[in-house]
Design a protein around this ligand. Sequence first.
Ligand SMILES: [Zn+2]
Length: 244
Amino acid sequence: MNELLIQLVTLQAIDLEIDQIDNAIKSEQSGLDERMSALAKREALINELKEKIASQQKESRTLEAEMADKMDHVRERQSKMMQVQTGREQTALLKEIEDAKKSAKENEEKILVIIESVEKLTAQMEEEKNLLKGEKQLITEETDKVRANIEAINKSKKKKDAKRSEQAGLIKKSLLRKYDTLRQHRNGLAVINVVDGVCQGCFMAVPPQRFNMLLKGEDIFACPTCQRLNYYVPPVLEENLEEK
Ligand SMILES: [Zn+2]
């Protein structure tokens, strides 16, 4: 194989290991992020419940004040009864008193419904608060663990980074730039082997003439379809293994 290609293939092997390390860090972090967002959701739910309870309590207070007014009215009308002379006036007053009592009763029923609802919401809120407390504690422990994991992963990454710089130093700058750009745009694979005349990066056939030149290993060729740099490794090793 072309010497430059061997260096690129070696570099790519290191880069793929570094990619794996970066992915491991990302997945550690994203697990924690998910927990954090679940926590934020529960906090939002608790606030929502708190607001609902406050607004229902406010409504209940309004209804209570109204009810008190209605009962005052009832008492005032009842005392007026003493002074009333005619039967017609009496009937009118009695009706007014009955209506006010009925209306006050309606308020009372509404208040009872609200009290029941507030009790339920409060119980739900308490439960959510307990869950939140547990989750917060868990997340604190989890954060420490994730931080330690990431630190350990980063340590191993440093070694790989050093190895990477060393290997990259062996490669001509212009070729290295090309390699880096290809890796960015081609899913991390800039150099790829050709098997049976097919590029293993895009699975398209490499033109036969070019494949023949690739076999000689004198020049570097880019796949005409995906532009990755192609190399060829004869499948000797596999056959040998099968024979054994
Ligand atoms: Zn290709």
